[in-house]
Design a protein around this ligand. Structure first.
Ligand code: NAP
Length: 301
């Protein structure tokens, strides 16, 4: 770290020194930010103090040390517990909350911060604590645009940040949706590994081939997003009228091996309905029309 960088790095407080909070505090300290840390269990601040951070005896004392406060605790109940202990000391500060949670809980904290005279930026972190400080960590932010613009350089030291708008819930929308894409894909993948193992195929060798196939899905996902937005469904993955007949064998194959059919039953039912409704020339993205219709029917029974 050069003398110039040390002189210009802004002081930061980090509340919460679990795996992620400790990684954040460690990177900020190593990049020359005067860093004040606090954790409910005080012993966790020891390694960070050894690395050059200052430990505060209370969350309020830690907040008073810097104009930018990062909070990274387990969940929003923990966020509430810490914020409730602060009193008036948060007024005039920028609060950056990178604890994972729902959009509405982020919006509630945004209102709390506004009422207490603080600028609020909500954030989501996609990545491992060991990667914090590299571009591999994807950070979503929303809330105060001023805070994002003023402290963008510091946030970029932690990973690759993107700002989604003034509504504090938007960072969480992005985070939750990205996590969901991963979990839905991986849950289906685990069931399919069950299938290949039941058939005596090496799951690790199959997984390597599947990884190559999944690499080709990027352009398809982008095209499906546009199809859903435009409500115009080209025959991606081929026409439904050609895909639907395969589903009988696909579901039966899984059932015969005792492999879960939940998602494939859904695909088959939606394809059959879409073909029966006269949309057999459209592609997989066309199934979205039924999801949207059912959601609308639920909302207005
Ligand atoms: P962690 O290692 O389990 O640490 C949890 C932290 O929350 C600890 O500092 C703990 O304090 C604190 N805490 C829990 N309840 C509290 C309460 N009531 N009052 C005050 N502090 C409380 O979790 P983590 O991995 O650091 O995760 C923190 C956040 O980052 C989570 O929202 C998580 O979803 C997100 N995140 C984590 C990862 C990851 O891979 N770890 C990746 C992306 C995002 P004590 O030490 O006193 O228990």
């Amino acid at each position: 770290m050069s003398r110039k960088a040390e002189a210009t790095a802004e002081p930061i407080t980090v509340l919460g020194l679990g795996q992620m909070g400790s990684a954040i505090a460690r990177v900020l300290t190593s990049r020359g930010h005067p860093t004040t840390v606090w954790n409910r269990t005080a012993t966790k601040s020891g390694p960070l103090v050894d690395a050059g951070a200052s430990a505060a005896a209370s969350a309020a004392e830690a907040v008073s040390a810097s104009s930018v406060v990062v909070i990274c605790v387990l969940d929003y109940d923990a966020v509430d517990a810490v914020l409730d202990s602060l009193g008036a000391v948060i007024a005039g500060k920028t609060l950056v909350n990178v604890t994972s949670g729902s959009p509405n809980r982020a919006r509630t904290v945004q209102r709390w911060a506004t009422e207490h005279g603080a600028d609020y930026l909500d954030g989501g972190i996609l990545g491992d604590p060991t990667d914090v400080g590299s571009a591999h960590v994807i950070l979503s932010f929303s809330g105060s645009r001023t805070a994002f613009e003023m402290h963008g350089a510091t946030l970029r030291e932690l990973g690759t940040p993107t700002y989604y708008g003034e509504d504090a819930g938007l960072a969480s929308v992005e985070f939750m949706a990205q996590v969901a894409v991963g979990y839905e894909l991986l849950m289906g993948f685990l069931h399919t590994l069950h299938l290949v193992q039941r058939e005596g195929v090496d799951p690790a060798e199959f997984a390597a081939r599947a990884a190559d196939s999944v690499n080709a899905y990027g352009p398809l996902l982008t095209a499906m997003g546009a199809a859903v937005r435009d409500r115009s469904y080209p025959p991606d993955l081929g026409p439904l009228a050609v895909q639907a007949p395969l589903m009988v064998d696909l579901v039966e194959h899984r059932r015969s091996l005792g492999v879960d059919t939940l998602r494939m039953d859904e695909v088959k039912a939606l394809m059959d309905r879409r073909v029966a409704d006269g949309y057999g020339d459209e592609g997989f993205s066309s199934l979205y029309a039924l999801l949207a219709r059912e959601a609308a029917a639920d909302a207005h029974p």
